[in-house]
Design a protein. Structure first.
Length: 435
């Protein structure tokens, strides 16, 4: 029997379904362009329309399945970690991990096994999500960091338990608050939310979620960030081929966005006068931007090497244009700059380099990690700069001051480790009987 569906949620969905097709058509050209750039979009494309092969349907017809819904690489890595933990807690559970982007699909597919099936998210239109749910036949649905209203609503109609592992940035919170009359009824369809911080409880209550449905489990990204370093010898050998000595200081900029590579490259040129052996590693957030980054750096007269190519000559800069390696590269850095914080908003994950024992700097826009950044600021455990002038000054000071680098890294790591175990707590929460 279908579950009763709240009137206010029905109204919100009507409005959502009125505007979603229009917004989708406006964004479609950019979405298709990114798909073509990243490649691999033809594989399992029909799943985006809720269509599955007979073989895929037969696979889902066997066993118990949980649908774990992610989007791109970052969410997919978290979903994979959560999937392994859920499988440990309940070995009978099979997991369908859905993604939106081809890069996320490529990352997830590497982990596919007899109990983990990787699929594409259907477009969030009612007909497509109905067809997908008919094919996958999950016993519960878990969203990672973003909720798709029609998929959630259809799961609710089918009386499927639902869970949400959110990341609530101040920017998103502001938008949801302004539209609470529309978003609140959708969020109230979720059976349980596994939030990161105690302060998040009141924030989600203000968005209309019943406090009884909220659980504080910690930040699973912090669990993911632990570890790594297994490929240090391999990467060190590659750097030697580029003329980088063992004792050379390395400035690494991780998950950079447009404009940040050029800023870091200009700062690198200035700092080289004081630190002649300094080496720069740039890791763009999206590898398809590599030609753009190369064009930005070309006028600077720097010797640039690409990770995807064999090292042929000494270089000043290495562009890591491969996916899934950033956590390993952090272990070779002397100082780390966190991307999407200077020329864009939101910030990228600052925890991985901290758990690799590295001091971190970032720009003024770290909204997606506001809680941990605030703790670090209060306890002087990391460096936040306001512009590229201050970034250059702080980088110079850190490169010259090993004791300060060690102190920052130690303090930041101590704060982060308080979140260890979040993955296990989150997995237990989303698998528990729902209220």
């Amino acid at each position: 029997m279908a579950a009763p569906f709240p009137t206010d949620a029905r109204r919100s969905l009507r409005i959502y379904n009125l505007f979603f097709p229009v917004v989708f058509l406006v964004l479609l050209p950019g979405f298709l362009l990114r798909m073509f750039r990243r490649g691999g979009f033809r594989e399992k494309f029909a799943q985006r329309l809720g269509r599955y092969t007979a073989e895929e349907r037969q696979r889902f017809a066997n066993g118990q399945w949980l649908w774990l819904h992610s989007i791109s690489v970052g969410e997919t890595l978290l979903a994979l970690k959560l999937a392994r933990q859920m499988r440990t807690l309940d070995p009978a559970t099979n997991i369908a991990l859905s993604v939106t982007t081809t890069t996320g699909f490529a990352v997830a597919r590497e982990a596919a096994c007899e109990w983990l099936e990787v699929i594409y998210n259907p477009l969030d239109l009612r007909g497509f999500v109905r067809a997908a749910l008919d094919a996958v036949r999950p016993q519960r649905l878990v969203f990672i960091e973003a909720v798709w209203p029609n998929l959630l609503a259809e799961a609710t109609r089918r009386d499927l338990p639902t869970a949400f592992v959110p990341r609530l940035s101040p920017r998103s919170e502001g938008r949801f608050l302004r539209a609470r009359g529309l978003t609140g009824p959708i969020f109230r369809l979720i059976d349980v939310l596994a939030v990161q911080e105690p302060d998040d409880v009141a924030r989600w209550e203000a968005l209309g979620v019943d406090k009884a449905r909220i659980r504080v489990t910690g930040n699973t990204k912090f669990d993911y960030a632990a570890g790594g370093g297994e490929r240090v010898a391999e990467f060190r050998a590659l750097l030697r081929q580029l003329g980088v000595t063992e004792d050379a200081p390395i400035l690494l900029a991780g998950s950079t966005f447009p404009g940040e590579e050029l800023i870091l490259a200009n700062i690198y040129r200035e700092l080289r006068g004081r630190f002649p052996n300094l080496f720069l590693i740039l890791v763009p957030r999206h590898v398809e931007r590599t030609p753009e980054v190369l064009a930005d750096l070309r006028p600077l007269d720097l010797r640039v090497a690409l990770r995807s190519e064999d090292a042929k000559a000494p270089a000043d800069v290495l562009i890591v244009n491969t996916t899934g390696e950033l956590r390993e590269w952090y272990h070779l850095a002397t100082v780390v700059f966190i991307g999407k914080s200077l020329t864009a908003h939101g910030g990228q994950n600052p925890v991985e380099p901290v758990l690799a024992g590295k001091p971190v700097l970032y720009g003024p826009n770290m909204e997606n990690f506001a809680a941990i950044v605030a703790r670090w600021r209060d306890e002087q455990a990391a460096v936040q700069v306001h512009d590229e002038v201050e970034l250059q000054e702080q980088l110079a000071d850190l490169l010259a001051n090993a004791a300060r680098r060690e102190t920052l890294a130690r303090r930041a790591k101590e704060i982060v480790t308080a979140h260890f175990g979040a993955t296990e707590r989150t997995a237990a929460t989303v698998l528990a009987p729902q209220p």
